[in-house]
Design a protein around this ligand. Sequence first.
Ligand code: SF4
Ligand code: SF4
Length: 332
Amino acid sequence: MGLTRREFIKLCMTTAAGASLFTVIGPELQESLALAAEGKPPVIWLQGASCTGCSISLLNSVDPAIEKVILDVISLRYHPNISAASGHFVAEIMDEMLLSHKDQFILVVEGAIPLKNDGKYCTIAEKNGREITMLKAVQVLGNAAKAVIAAGQCASYGGIPGGAPNPTGVVGVKKVVTKKPVINISLCPMHPDHFLGTVVYILKYGDIPPLDRYGRPAMFYPKPIHESCLRRPYFDSGRFASFIGDEGCLALLGCKGFVGYADCPVRGWNNNVNWCIKAGAPCMACSEPTFPDAASPIYGVYPLTNKTAPASAQFEPQKTEILEKKRAGRKL
Ligand code: SF4
Ligand code: SF4
């Protein structure tokens, strides 16, 4: 008997510290996956305005190893970093998707999409000597796919390339693909578990997972970081770090965990070796549509509160005097 959707989602949400998503889901899922993978869905991966960090994040996946994903779970037809194809060969792969796999393939988009001047600031292939823009490719392929995964913050909401003044007018995938569901796997970079868990859900249930109000799989973005942060006892007792490396809550160093919705505190990164706040770096709320502008200045203090603020609230002018006083009084 397979996992019900509810059981699957519950297991994804309760991944315990030290255990990978796939360890927790267990052999039962492997069996279901093998059945689903008999008709492996073709996957095509496009890269727009980005740093390629989300691909690197996925390639760092430890469990399951990335080669298992590519060979056993999906049928990856094209990826700009690991495929040899370029130029007109890429256009041929795109045509094959449209002709032979319409409404069956999964389009993965990494990076934002420049709109300005008909998208000419990002070209990804060519056909008959003419360049194909990222904008055109995502419009055509996205609206012909079974589902579209926006992999990472840039593809989801514009990310760093979309920060003010956004000179090339980039947007996230949902502004370009209007006829098919778009799943936003935000975070900068995206977490490999979030991507793989989403792909497995689509394979197993033939449908997209329940999404939250910002189009993210709700199972991976359940509540603000602040609510389950390991430094929360420091916050509650008023003990704040004044310098990177100090013990204490990082609120006075610019932590935006009040408004960043993600499961980083329980899932961790790199097979749960560490994550931002555990490593001493304030959360930048890279999960939110308003990143990076609303998280700037990165080390600016978010209004201190013992209540969880609504996601993506605007940051007020910073109260850095508290931090300045603490710094001034610190003996180095
Ligand atoms: S402000 Fe940041 S470091 Fe402090 S408890 Fe909240 S999430 Fe953790
Ligand atoms: S802890 Fe915050 S900044 Fe770090 S990955 Fe999670 S949401 Fe992004």
